[in-house]
Design a protein around this ligand. Sequence first.
Ligand SMILES: Cc1cc2nc3c(=O)[nH]c(=O)nc-3n(C[C@H](O)[C@H](O)[C@H](O)COP(=O)(O)OP(=O)(O)OC[C@H]3O[C@@H](n4cnc5c(N)ncnc54)[C@H](O)[C@@H]3O)c2cc1C
Length: 413
Amino acid sequence: MNKKLHIGIIGAGIQGICNALFLQKKGFEVTIFDRDEPGSPAASYGNAGHFSPYASLSLNRTDILTDVPAMLMSSTGPLAIKWNYIPKMIPWFIKFILNTSKNKMMHTAKNMHQILNLALPAYDELFDEIKLEGLVEDKGILYIWNDKDLKSRELEINVRNELGVKQQIVNKKEIHDLEPNIRPFYHGGVYYPYARHARNPKKILLKFFELFLKKGGEFKKQNIKNIDFENNKPIFISETTRFTFDKVVVACGAFSKRLTDNLGEKIPLDTERGYHVHFKNCDHLLQRPVISSNRGFGITPMEQGLRVVGTVEFGGLKNPLSKSRIKNLIDNAKYMLGDLPDHEDEWLGFRPTLPDFLPVMGPSKNHKNVFYCFGHHHLGWTLGPISGKIISGMIAKENTNLNLDPYSSIRFS
Ligand SMILES: Cc1cc2nc3c(=O)[nH]c(=O)nc-3n(C[C@H](O)[C@H](O)[C@H](O)COP(=O)(O)OP(=O)(O)OC[C@H]3O[C@@H](n4cnc5c(N)ncnc54)[C@H](O)[C@@H]3O)c2cc1C
C-alpha cells in the first residue's frame, strides 16, 4: 500500500476532522477544505454535546406516524415544518414512511448499534492525543418522561433490550436524587451512566484541528463548488483554483448533496433543522444532560451555561431561523427548571439526514477514488471518530469484521 497518497477532505466539521486524524494515523497526507474557519457555527459547533452510544433507535420507528399529527399540533412539541419547503421534501417523506416498518426500524437500529457500540473507544483513541482540560464529563445522560405516551417508551426500552444496549430504568426518587433541581413533572426515566457529554463541542473540535495541523495536515479556506477528474484522480474546484488528489472524502454534513448530485448520484439527503439557546451561568443547575422524552428537547450543562437544544424542523437549508422555535425552547427550559434569566445565543443548525436514518459511508457508486462520510443525523457528534476510523480503513484497503454494506450510497440506486 502506497502510504504517501494525498487525500483531500471537504468539510471541517467533526466528520471531516476525524476522518483526517485517522487517515494521518495510517500515514496519509491530508488537506482539509472548508468554506469557513473550523469551529464555525455548523452542526458540529452547536449540538447538544451528547456522546450517546446507546441511541440505536432512530426516528424511523413504527410509532412515529401515529404520533406526528399530535406533535405538529402541539405548541410544546418537538416537530415543526416550514410550509414553503414541503413540496421539495415530499419524495424524502415518502422514502421515510417506507422506512418505518418494524423490519426497517430494526435494520436501522442494528446498524446504528454496530457503530455506536464502537463510538466511545474511537473517541478515546483521539482523546489520548490531546489535553482535554475538563471538556468531557463522565456523568451519564438522563431521559425523563411523564405517563402520556408510555407505549413509545416501552417500544424504545424493548428495542434496546433486544440489541443488548445497557439501560437503567429509574423511578421518580432516583431521578430526583440524580437531578434535584428539575421540577417534579416526571413519572419515570432511563439513565445511561456510561454516556458522556461535552462541556464545549467547539473547543474539542478545535483541539482535534490543532492536532491535525501539528501532525503536518494542511487547511484551505475554500468553498468547493464541484469535483472533476483527470485520469481518475479527483480534483476539487473552488471559485479560484483546482486541487488534485489521489482520493477525496466528502464530509459536508447536510450540505453534501450538491456535490453528490454533481457526481451523478441521487442520494436523498435532507436536513432536520435544530436549535439551541444558552442560559449563561446556570450550568450548576444540572449535573448532566437531561432530555424530556415527551417534549423532545434537552438541556446540557456547558461552559456557555445551560445549552437548551431541540426541535426537528423540516425546512431545508435556506429558510431563516424560526422565532417560534426559540420561544418553544425557552418555555420548555422553564418548564423543566422554573425561573431562568434571559437567554443568549439563538442558533439554528442542520442535521444531515437520510430517510432510513443511516449515514452514508463508503466509496461513491461512480468514482472509486471518492468517499462519502455524511448523513449522521442526530448522532454525528457521537459518531465522528468511529466514522473517520471506518473511512480511513476503507481508503487503506484494510480488512474489517464490520458489515459496512448498509452504509453504502448504493442502497439508494
Ligand atoms: C440541534 C442539534 C443537536 C445535536 N445534538 C447532538 C448530540 O448531542 N450528539 C450527537 O452525536 N449529535 C448531535 N447532533 C448531530 C451532529 O451535530 C451532526 O450530525 C454532526 O455535527 C454533523 O457533522 P458533519 O461534520 O457531518 O457536518 P457539519 O458539522 O455541518 O460540518 C460540515 C462542514 O462542511 C463545510 N462545507 C459544506 N459544504 C462545503 C463546500 N461546498 N465547500 C467547503 N466546505 C463546505 C461546512 O462549512 C461545515 O463546516 C445535533 C445536531 C443538531 C442540529
